[in-house]
Design a protein around this ligand. Sequence first.
Ligand SMILES: *Cc1c(COP(=O)(O)O)cnc(C)c1O
Length: 360
Amino acid sequence: MSRVYNFCAGPAALPTAVLEKASAEMLDWNGMGLSVMEMSHRSDEYVSIAQKAEQDLRDLLHIPSNYKVLFMQGGATAQFAMIPLNLLGDKKSADYINTGQWSAKAIKEASRYCDVKVVASSEDKNFSYAPTQSDLNLNPDAAYVHYTPNETIGGVAFDYIPETGDVPLVADFSSSILSEELDVSKFGMIYAGAQKNIGPAGLCIVIIREDLLGDARTETPTSMNYKVAADNDSMYNTPPTYSWYLAGLVFEWLKQQGGVKGIAVINDRKASKLYKYIDQSDFYANPVAVNNRSKMNVPFTLKNSDLDKAFLQGADKAGLLNLKGHRSVGGMRASIYNAVPEEAVDALIAYMDEFANSNS
Ligand SMILES: *Cc1c(COP(=O)(O)O)cnc(C)c1O
C-alpha cells in the first residue's frame, strides 16, 4: 500500500494513524462484533463514543461550560440558512463581512431571511486581504455579525477577532478550526463543516453560547433548530454516526500531537516555509496581503499559466495530489491542514523548485 501526499481543499487528508485505527475497528468495534456504522445511535456503546468525541473537542478548544457543542448535518452550507433562522429573533438585520466566495455564499443565503448589511468588503482588491477592525461599519441593532476567518478558496485569513460589543459574533471556521488556539468566549457561535480539519464529510460542528438558543423562527425546520439539537444531545434524529466517530478519532490523534497548541507550531512551520519559498522565487507568486495569508490554504500561481497543466501532471507523478486551484480562480492551491504532514510540504517545495529550474 502506498499513500500519496494529498493537498485537497476538501474533503481533505485524514491522519494515516486515524484511518489505520478505523480500519482495525471496522468489522469489530471493541469486541462487540459489529461496526460502529451498524450500531444504534441510542446504544450505550455509541453514546460513549459520541460523548468522548465531544469531551475531547471541548478539551482541545477549552470550550467554556456555557457553550453547547452540536453535531449537525447539511455541511457548513446548511448553516448559512440555520444561522438567520435561529439567531435573528425579533431583529430584522444582520451584519456580514465579505472576504470572498464563502462569505458571499453565506450572505446570499441569509438575504433570503433578513436584511443583510455588508459592513466591510475586500472586493476592491479582488479579495486579497481582510478588512481591519476600523473598516467595519457595525450596526448596534444587528442580530449578529458573521464573518469567515479563513477563506478556503482565496487563502485569506483574519489576523484578529472582530470586536462586536454586545452583538454576537458568528464565524465560519470550516477550514481553520483546530489549526491554532482560539478564545471561544469571544464568539456567540462557531461552526465548521468537518471535511477539512475534523473528519469525513456529512458532519458539521456548531459551538454556540447557551443564551443564543431558543429564539428560532417558527418556520425553522425541527431538524435545524439549535435548541432542539442541544436538548437532544444532537440526537433528535439519527446523526451521522460514523463521521462523528471518525471525528472523535481525529480529536484523540490531535491530543497526541500536543493538542491545538502543538499542531499550531507545526502548522506555522509548514506555512512559513512554503510562503518563504514562493516569495523568494520569481517563478511562483501569491497575491494575498502578507498578514492575511492563510496557514491552511496556500494559493499560488505560475509566472506562465501555460505551464499549469505540465506542473499538475508532474505533481501527480510525484505523488503530490490535488494541487489545482479552485475552478473559479485557477492557478494552484496547496491545502495544508492539520493532517497534511510536514514532509508533504517539504516534498512539494522540492518539486516546485525542480519544476521551476527545468522550466525557466
Ligand atoms: C468548504 C467550506 C464551506 C462549505 O462546506 P459544505 O460542507 O460543502 O457545505 C463553507 N465555508 C467554508 C469556509 C468552507 O471552507
